[in-house]
Write a protein that binds this ligand. Structure first.
Ligand SMILES: [Cu+2]
Length: 138
């Protein structure tokens, strides 16, 4: 019976360490950056949606993007897909079904040239509420 408690080392998963070190990295980089206003062609920062970060969800689940711009879906965890559609059914202003991918995969998706919503969901987890929408604006 003693053997149940013979491991004195606290169990900390590699994922926790990864998250902690990433947070530290972000913190250490946050203070030194000075914003430059000289660039006439700034990168489209913020057009990234994390897939499966923190569970069965997209982050952010609501994103605003310009017409014709590019939105990148970035897989933070495996077993997820991105399908454009509503009510867990494909269909919408653009056609997209990435299929299921692992962490590290990414997909660049070009937004329509007309304003409107681009709803999307994860095929395996749509029933769990893993959905999102991109608001495409002029
Ligand atoms: Cu999913």
């Amino acid at each position: 019976m003693q053997s149940r408690f013979n491991n004195p080392v606290p169990a900390i998963s590699p994922r926790v360490w990864l998250l902690a070190s990433t947070a530290l990295l972000l913190l250490s980089c946050g203070g030194g950056g000075s914003s430059s206003s000289t660039s006439s062609n700034p990168p489209p920062a913020g057009n990234v949606i994390s897939v499966g970060s923190g569970g069965f969800l997209f982050s952010p689940a609501n994103l605003t993007a310009k017409v014709g711009s590019k939105v990148t879906f970035s897989w933070a965890a495996g077993g997820h897909s991105v399908v454009v559609g509503t009510a867990c059914t494909p269909g919408g202003p653009i056609t997209l079904d990435t299929g299921i991918h692992s962490a590290g995969f990414s997909a660049d998706v070009t937004m329509p040239n007309v304003p409107g919503d681009v709803p999307f969901y994860c095929q395996p987890h749509c029933g769990l509420g893993m959905t999102g929408v991109i608001h495409v604006t002029q």
